[in-house]
Write a protein that binds this ligand. Structure first.
Ligand code: XMP
Length: 516
């Protein structure tokens, strides 16, 4: 049976995905749709609730995203957030004005009741970010919360099941934000909470079995979280009908290829094909120093090997990939030309065009509806090891973008060893959970050092550790000096050919996370 559905109507706000994730955390399945989704389509989807997101615009600006009035007449409960709140008021005949004083950051609200605020203290702190506010309510609405500078911080028309909040309940800075969303979903919309990861596994496995029948499925396994969890699900569904192709180009971290192989051959029922092609990659990369060219060669070689292997396995059957929901969402931002009615499938960031001579009966994306946190939850339930499920991002070109200049076998070895020592020390120090990504880089610089009575002239290792929410911006992590000291000590003592260590203290921007 299909899950109950909540629709998050996207007006271009920066938190649209966060709203959807929070709704799902409340046990309610939801999808993000463009604000231009036609009324007929919304009716056909028959959601039990709709949420309007925020957005950067002003409702009086003609080019701003607007909404047809009829949506308020469907009898489906609606929650407007920030811009969505102003849009609800404006569309139904209220007024929106510029704030005398913009509200930004944590602000205390005073709530006066209503279903949205069930079990929420009268005074509580929320996250505000607005320069316009609702200055006159439409008919039939009443204020349910205010701040010192915003008289309509929340308002409602319970008869019509229309609710609005000027603040952002989806961000963690809003103390009772999750409770407020929960109240909307359960008290107002009457959701039952049928989005549960155990059920997801059972229903997906059943669906996959039906779709695949007795055909075969092929999946490119990178060792990353998404393709690993997709492999786990497919293995549970069709066992040996699944073949996973794992291309080891020799640019993975120390022992990583063996770890992936052991995990999937020991824990899961499937055909696991590992293609070791380090030599082929090193040959193609010989003498190449330009970062973009290196990336291109690594990408092209990877897919040459991959498609060749698939040709060997024979045509037909299904092609599976680990695409996840954020890969498929089209933002509502500036979305004026598209019809906005369905999410356009974007090319998966790690996928390339399939050669014309390779034919499949169809493409399967078993994780296409899940956010990353949900993929991880499914992975854990399937018994995929913690280290794989919580693996930090690792670029497709692997260590290739962390060895500056020409890539050689010796340099790969130095970097793999150095990276393993750094990661081991971070794990032991207990700060791993505070870092989003941490790794070693080999900048291809040699420096003079001294060891015993001897002068050395050897490699410099750079270490990088960042904190970030979304990898679009990042800050360098303030690793305590004593931990850095231990790392430096171990790197110069334990890793052959390393005689100097530097810590990268560049944020993004202006730096990027990777060095190439
Ligand atoms: P940058 O260096 O762009 O990295 O600040 C942002 C995030 O993306 C990862 N990254 C890549 N991932 N292929 C990938 O699959 C790549 O070519 C690539 N380059 C960077 C990087 O590790 C970080 O998490």
């Amino acid at each position: 049976m299909a899950n109950q559905l909540c629709i998050v109507l996207d007006f271009g706000g920066q938190y649209n995905q966060l709203i959807a994730r929070r709704v799902r955390e409340c046990g309610v399945y939801c999808e993000i749709k463009s604000y231009q989704t036609p009324l007929e389509e919304i009716k056909a989807l028959a959601p039990d609730g709709i949420i309007f997101t925020g957005g950067p615009n002003s409702v009086y600006d003609e080019s701003s995203p607007h909404i047809y009035k009829e949506i308020f007449e469907l009898g489906i409960p609606i929650l407007g957030i920030c811009y969505g709140c102003q849009l609800m008021a404006y569309t139904l005949g209220g007024e929106v004005s510029s704030c005398v004083k913009s509200e930004y950051g944590k602000i205390e609200i005073n709530q006066t009741g209503g279903l949205l605020f069930k079990d929420v203290p009268q005074k509580n702190v929320v996250w505000m970010s607005h320069t316009d506010f609702v200055s006159k309510l439409p008919e039939g609405f009443k204020v349910t919360a205010a701040t010192d500078d915003c008289p309509c911080a929340a308002f409602e028309n319970p008869e019509k099941k229309l609710y609005s909040v000027q603040f952002h309940p989806e961000v963690t800075h809003s103390e009772y934000g999750k409770q407020i969303l929960h109240n909307f979903l359960y008290e107002v919309c009457g959701f039952k909470g049928d989005w549960v990861m155990d059920d997801f596994i059972d229903t997906t496995v059943a669906k996959l079995r039906e779709q695949i029948g007795d055909k075969k499925v092929i999946l490119g396994l990178s060792g990353g979280v998404d393709s690993s969890v997709a492999a786990g699900l497919l293995s549970r569904a069709v066992g040996k009908q699944l073949t996973c192709v794992f291309v080891d180009q020799g640019l993975m971290r120390k022992d990583e290829g063996d770890f992936v192989e052991q995990t999937f051959t020991k824990l899961f029922d499937m055909n696991f094909v590992r293609v070791n092609c380090k030599e082929q990659f090193l040959k193609a990369l010989k003498g190449v120093t330009d970062p973009e060219q290196k990336r291109k060669i690594i990408g092209t070689e990877f897919y040459n090997v991959f498609w060749d292997k698939i040709r060997e396995e024979g045509d037909g059957g299904f092609f599976a990939q680990g695409t996840i929901y954020p890969d498929r969402i089209e933002s509502g931002k500036g979305n004026k030309s598209g019809n906005g009615s369905t999410a356009t499938i974007k090319t998966h960031h790690n996928m390339v065009e399939r050669p014309a001579d390779i034919q499949f009966d169809g493409v399967i994306e078993p994780l296409g509806d899940l956010f990353k946190d949900e993929v991880r939850a499914v992975g854990e339930k399937l018994g995929i090891p913690h280290d794989l499920v919580w693996r930090q991002p690792f670029p497709g070109p692997g260590l290739g973008v962390r060895i500056l200049g020409e890539i050689t076998e010796d340099k790969i070895k130095v970097l793999q060893e150095a990276d393993a020592v750094f990661r081991d020390e971070i794990r032991k120090s207990g700060i791993e959970d505070q870092l989003k990504q941490f790794f070693a880089v080999l900048p291809d610089v040699r420096t003079v050092g001294v060891m015993g009575d001897h002068r050395t002239y050897d490699h410099l290792i750079a270490i990088r550790a960042i904190t970030t929410d979304d990898f679009m911006t990042a800050d360098w992590a303030r690793i305590p000096f004593d931990i850095l000291a231990k790392v430096s000590n171990r790197l110069t003592n334990e890793v052959e050919h390393v005689n100097r260590v530097v810590y990268d203290i560049t944020s993004k921007p202006p730096g990027t996370v990777e060095w190439e």
